[in-house]
Each structure stands twice: as C-alpha cells, then as structure tokens.
Design a protein around this ligand. Sequence first.
Ligand code: MRU
Length: 363
Amino acid sequence: MNLFEEVQPVTYSEGEVYFLDQRALPEETIWLKIDTLEKCYDAIKTLAIRGAPAIGIGAAFGMMAIAKNAPDSSFDEFYSYMKNAKEYLERSRPTAVNLSWALNRVNDIILKYKDKPIKEIKDKIEEEAILIQEEDEEVCRKIGENGQQFIKEGMGILTHCNAGALATSKYGTALAPIYVAKERGINVHVFADETRPLLQGARLTCYELYKSGIDVTLITDNMAAVIMKKGWIDACFVGCDRLAQNGDAANKIGTYGLALLAKAHNIPFYVACPISTIDIKTKTGDDIPIEERDGSEITEVMGKKIAPLGIKTFNPAFDVTPNELISGIITERGVIRAPYDLRKAVEALNAGKGKKHDLIQVE
Ligand code: MRU
C-alpha cells in the first residue's frame, strides 16, 4: 500500500462510503461507514473528515449515500429530501466554501436529471461524487507542479495545520509542491506547526510527511518567530478554506499571525488552493463567516482540564490573512499575483471562456 492509499480521507467501494477517522490519527486507523445524513453531518462537524477539499468530496459522497434512503415515489419528494440534507450539511462547517461548492454540484445534477427515473438520478449523483474526487486529484497534482518554481533543494518550509493528502483526495494543496519536489529528487526541510487546539499539524501533517520520508520537524505554534529569526525558513506554504474576491484568505487559526511573522522576516508567504476555494460572492475577508467552536477544545488537552472551570473562552477555528501579506496564490491554473482581482477571473468563467469549474486569469 502506498502513502496516498493509506491517507485517503474518503474511500468508496461497492456502493459503500467510508471516511478515514482523522480524530484517531496518528494512533489508530479507523474507517467510519457513512450511510446516513446524521453520520455524515457528525463526521464533518467533529472533524473526523476535515480540510476544505476533503470536506467537499466527503459531502458529495455523503449525498450519494443519503440518496439511497431518500423517498422515491416522486421527484418532488426525492428533491425535497435531498435539498433538506444539503442545507443541513452546509451548516456543519461554515467557513470552507468547498463544502457548499460540492453540494451545489450535486444539487445541479439532481435538477439536471429531474425528468429521469429516480434510480438514474441516484446513479448520476454517484458519478458526480466520483468526478469531484477525481478532479480534485488532478487539481492538487497541478497545484504541486505550479508550486515547483518556489522550491529549491535544501530549503526550509514552514506550514500550518494540515493541507496535505489528508485534507484532499491526494497530494494536498500546501504540501503538494513538496510531494512533487520529492518525486523529482528535490528535498526540503519542513517545519510543521502543531496547530492548537486540535493539533492537525502534529497529528496529521507530521504523520503523512514522516510516513512519506520527507524531512519534517514538529514545532509548537509559538516557535515560528524563533526559527524564522534563525534563518531556517525560506518560504511558508499554507492552504485555504475560502478566498475572498480581493485575495483575503481564510485558513486555520494562526495563519494570519504566521503571515505577519513572515513579512517581518522577509520570507515569502504562499497560499495554495484550488480555484473552487474562491468565493466570488464574498468581497473581502471581513465577509467570510468564521466558525467558532466549543470552548472545551481550549480548556482541555486530551480530555484533561487545563483551565479553571467556568473560564470564558474564545475559540475561532479560522482567521483571515489580508491579501497584502500573500506573495502568491498557487492554483491548478497557475500562480495568481497581486493586485488580486478574483472577480474578473470568475466573470470570464461566467462569460463562457474556459472550462467549467476551471478558469482564472493568472500570470
Ligand atoms: O479545521 P480544519 O482541519 O478543517 O482546517 C483545515 C485548514 O485550515 C486547511 O489549511 C484548509 O482547509 C486547506 S486544506 C487543503
């Protein structure tokens, strides 16, 4: 079994959907069978599956599994059931736009085939979920290739949270250039922030990079400034959950602070994401909904209380890095540079130039 098979967040075989339970990693490999709306919602909400593209893929396969239980005596009945499921899943995690993007694709398919028998619509949902996963693999590969220009032998790279294979179908976004570089015989040193409070950096990024033989060093979040000052970091690569029209980028809490540190130390700061992460309806980062999670995530560590009972908490899961701190946005179509005007790109798409789900103006 190769690394990418071991760290596949969603697997689908013989009509059954399974999510790799990322809450249990790196200690245990547990597969969750997803066959109801509630199981799918819960897996996304509790981060059993997480990372913007993986959430979208998981939700699309979830819709396929949910469709099996849907009433099928008429299209209206079927659609109303599926629409409720879509709206419910959309509420599971509000920041990553890839979730509603994938759910909208499934919804479009249902409407497109509304005059066909329900059995056929269900088959089309299955085809769309598989397509979303296959496209993501290709997209991540291209992000990896487009990021090669920023990778040099022996350089030090800092990353935050997990934007690797576990967050996508394969390769990841921020980690894709590192995987592709390794394939080409270019080796780098990766420093992974642990990423409080849920430790995606320590548990997931370190797990997948270490397993794949990439040189990785774990640091706590508050050590980034020190290693930058020491000159160990040549570039930062992070993922993204939602890109506003003006290039402001929402990503895991702590990303903004890293971007400020990178600026202070004159280190380039790259955001890597698929074009589906652009939310054209969102003008600036101020308009991005930021998920706030339960305070117990920061008052407890591994189930043990570390703060006084009743303490007030503030636990946003994401922050927004202002566009001026971003050196480039690495996408499957190339690298977008400042001044960022992501609306223009999407307008061109709507005008019919370029392929659907795949268009942007880049350098
Ligand atoms: O809360 P998470 O683990 O879903 O947050 C994930 C991130 O912030 C990733 O960087 C982002 O989703 C991009 S994944 C390619």
